[in-house]
Design a protein around this ligand. Structure first.
Ligand code: DGL
Length: 260
């Protein structure tokens, strides 16, 4: 049984690396929809339709668990996916709850896509888990472009990060949620631009633990493990990125057209 993972592009590899870390014997099949990236500026209907296309493909290839390694896709499609497929669907949302528990200043900054922040689900998340806390949201489409282009450090990244963080810092935020799976790849730069007292929260490790909890205790204890990463975009671009995004991890890669 394979674990299928998907994202709008390479961002969800930040989740895949956490799943691989705690389940090294598992067979992972990842599809990055780089031809349609970004999802963050697309309508809920387009995102949902696309996520179904890719999920159907992953299931046809033997996925027994689906991991929606994308906050925007989870927010707009996870309910419909769970109602449609007879298998566990693990999603992820910006980590508002842990951030609200961690803040000392009473202000949290949520970096996420427009699509995630605009959804009714996000408002429910804030109302349920962060009442009494000031939640400041900030879409960072530039972060997605930088990661897709393989730019993880350097002056351009620093400028984009400074611009995104400035209003949050000014408002007194002390906890910063990486609410899009592309953003953890810029974590080193983000942390370097924040005061030492700030906390950065990434949902990837919690998603990986959730996946593990859904498996039989002896699942993949014997397996050698394998990782296949496919893109709907340019294969040469993916192959240039993989060693930087998943250093030291043995990955097979390919290109796959998935059309509506
Ligand atoms: N990585 C995605 C997320 O977690 C979306 C990035 C994008 O395509 O805009 O929301």
């Amino acid at each position: 049984m394979k674990i299928g993972l998907l994202d709008s592009g390479v961002g969800g590899l930040s989740v895949l690396r956490e799943v691989h870390r705690i389940l090294p014997g598992a067979e992972l099949h990842y599809v990055g929809d780089s031809a349609w990236c970004p999802y963050g500026t697309k309508s809920p209907e387009v995102i949902c339709a696309r996520v179904f296309e890719i999920s159907d493909y992953l299931l046809s290839q033997g996925a027994g668990i689906l991991v929606i390694a994308c906050n925007s896709a989870t927010i707009h499609a996870v309910g419909a996916l769970r109602a449609t497929y007879p298998l566990p669907v693990v999603g992820m949302e910006p980590a508002v709850k842990p951030a609200a528990e961690l803040t000392r200043s009473g202000v949290i900054g949520v970096l996420a896509t427009e699509a995630s922040i605009a959804g009714e689900k996000f408002h429910q998340l804030v109302n349920t888990h962060a009442s009494g806390v000031r939640v400041i949201t900030r879409p960072c489409p530039r972060f997605v472009e930088l990661v897709e282009a393989g730019q993880l450090t350097g002056p351009e990244v620093e400028d984009a990060v400074d611009e995104a963080l400035a209003p949050l810092l000014e408002a007194g935020a002390d906890v910063f949620v990486l609410g899009c799976t592309h953003y953890p790849f810029l974590r080193a730069v983000i942390e370097a631009r924040l005061p030492d007292t700030a906390t950065v929260v990434d949902t990837g490790p919690a998603v990986a633990r959730r996946v593990k909890s859904l498996l039989e205790p002896d699942f993949c204890s014997q397996g050698k493990g394998s990782i296949l990463v496919e893109t709907t975009g340019a294969l040469d671009a993916l192959e240039r990125l993989l060693p930087r995004l998943l250093p030291g991890v043995n990955v097979s890669s390919g290109r796959r057209d998935i059309r509506e």
